[in-house]
Design a protein around this ligand. Structure first.
Ligand code: FAD
Ligand code: NAD
Length: 467
């Protein structure tokens, strides 16, 4: 039997990063993955493949919509979905092989197969052929991630009623696609197909899209996506979706409780994800999941079994790759006797539409509800020289600061490259910057980052320079 200091179950961004940090800190480390490739949801069917298709579809959209105005004449532009998917697959293969390389480099033992608890210090790995290997271990990290969620009546058949995983592998460009859920996945994968010419209609239960983000961003993104051709059915409660053979038929109740029917080629179900613990044998160590299916942990990410920890999508909190990674490092350093810290308030969130949406800290709604006195500075992207030069003029940056102290409490933006721009705000907030601190930093011209400075100037003393 192999003996380890730490065994990590699941090789997503939580698990593989935890493994690297544990190995760096001198622990004899094993990682178990039930699929044939490492990297979990993020690398195989999440972050990386979705961004690969978002980039390809954006190039197509630019070629068909923006090149002419830039003075580039192209004719006969066609979207080749097969090549787009092939390129995406190549990116995934390269990236997942990179994780295998990192495991080898750090002398981490990789065991392929389903990991399950025999007892709190013994984990069994059952491979595809049923062969069992038993690992003895001092500590365990559960990093088994999540799977797509759905509600009664919208069960995916993976053919016409699909999840994100199938939407990343379609062999045709649909004429029409219904998307249940106007959250991150619905809008990102909806954008991919909308740019390729699909008529995308989003059916959303709430009264706005990206409902957990700042309302101003939701409004701005709604405007942008409507202009791009999206149709939104807000406050619609889906009753059922059926595969009709050649397509789908969806019925929902609108806000007046009237039944409405919609038809399309495909229906993407994107109503959130749920923690995944199937086959883990939690019962063998006396661990129960909570009513959301998550593994409960304390502030040290430790379960009620002291040598068993859990991280990433399988526990509470934002289901984000970078959150899972931070938690992996946290547990490794804690086990090594260090005193790590995660600032959960400063985990940025991004939606990779175009323009992108990015946020950090509190929303205006959260702060008002908490009774915090705030001041807000905003700046429109269209006022930037850089934006006009590139023809990317949509979006806005909003900075919320404490009215009394000027401390920045939240930064929200819809902007070209917002995913990268947000890091200035994360850094500033990590050092508890005031809006004036941000406003006084010299920003290069011409860049989109000038919108952050201008919004900070607006928040400080209502003194933006370029509007
Ligand atoms: P996962 O990545 O889910 O990994 C868990 C791994 O554990 C899997 O490989 C699974 O096979 C394995 N496993 C499960 N049970 C067992 C077992 N018993 N034995 C062995 N192995 C097991 N997040 C972002 O931050 N940015 C993005 O742009 C982004 N885009 C996304 C796009 C899509 C379409 C989707 C679906 C998700 C996206 N996410 C994104 C979310 C991100 O993928 C997850 O938050 C992240 O992967 C969670 O990491 P994790 O390590 O907790 O779990
Ligand atoms: P989500 O929570 O972002 O959005 C789900 C949406 O579905 C919400 O708007 C919700 O109101 C709506 N909804 C819920 N039940 C519904 C119903 N019955 N009918 C109609 N609408 C309903 O979830 P998601 O888009 O599925 O993404 C899952 C997770 O994956 C998210 O937590 C996200 O963090 C992560 N993810 C992140 C990224 C990124 O960071 N760019 C990209 C993709 C996914």
């Amino acid at each position: 039997m192999s003996t380890y200091d730490i065994t990590i179950i699941g090789s997503g961004p939580g698990g593989y990063v935890a493994a690297i940090r544990c190995a760096q800190l001198g622990m004899k480390t094993a990682i178990i993955e039930k699929y044939d490739t490492l990297g979990g949801t993020c690398l195989n069917v999440g972050c990386i493949p979705s961004k690969a298709l978002l980039d390809s579809s954006e190039h197509f959209h630019n070629a068909t919509h923006n090149f002419e105005e830039h003075g580039i004449d192209v004719t006969g532009v066609q979207a080749n979905i097969t090549q787009m998917i092939n390129r995406k697959n190549a990116v995934v293969e390269q990236t997942t092989k990179g994780i295998q390389f990192l495991m080898d480099k750090n002398k981490i033992d990789v065991h392929y197969g389903l990991g399950s608890f025999v007892d709190k210090n013994t984990v069994k790995v059952t491979d595809k052929d049923g062969k069992e290997t038993t690992l003895s271990t001092k500590n365990v990290i559960i990093a088994t991630g999540s799977k797509p969620n759905f509600f009664p009546g919208m069960e995916p058949d993976k053919k016409r009623i699909i999840t994100s995983t199938e939407a990343l592998n379609l062999t045709e460009i649909p004429k029409k696609m219904l998307v249940i859920g106007g959250g991150v996945i619905g809008l990102e994968l909806g954008s991919v197909y909308s740019r390729l010419g699909t008529q995308v209609e989003v059916v959303e239960f709430a009264n706005k899209i990206i409902p957990t983000m700042d309302s101003t961003m939701s409004k701005e993104l709604t405007r942008v996506l409507k202009k791009a051709g999206f149709k939104f059915h807000l406050q619609h409660k889906v009753q059922s979706v059926k595969n009709t053979g050649k397509g789908v038929s969806l019925t929902a109740l609108n806000k007046k409780d009237e039944e409405v029917t919609m038809e399309a080629d495909y229906c993407l179900v994107a109503v959130g994800r749920k923690a995944y613990t199937e086959g883990l044998g939690l019962e063998n160590i006396g661990l129960k999941t909570n009513d959301r299916g998550q593994v409960e942990v304390n502030e040290h990410l430790q379960t009620s079994i002291p040598n068993v920890y859990a991280i990433g999508d399988v526990i509470k909190g934002a289901m984000l790759a970078h959150k899972a990674e931070e938690e992996g490092v946290f547990v490794a350093e804690l086990l090594a006797g260090q005193k790590p810290h995660i600032n959960y308030n400063l985990i940025p969130g991004v939606v990779y539409t175009w323009p992108e949406v990015a946020a950090v800290g509190k929303t205006e709604e959260e702060l008002r509800e908490a009774g915090v006195e705030i001041k807000i500075g905003s700046f429109p992207i269209k006022a930037l020289g850089r934006a006009r030069a590139s023809m990317d003029i949509q979006g806005t940056v909003k900075i919320i600061a404490d009215a009394a102290t000027d401390e920045v409490l939240g930064v929200h933006m819809v902007a070209p490259r917002a995913a990268d721009l947000i890091m200035e705000a994360v850094t500033a907030m990590e050092y508890r910057a005031s809006a004036e601190d941000m406003a006084r930093i010299c920003h290069p011209h011409p860049t989109y980052s000038e919108a952050v400075k201008e919004a900070a100037l607006a928040a400080t003393d209502n003194r933006p320079l370029h509007v």
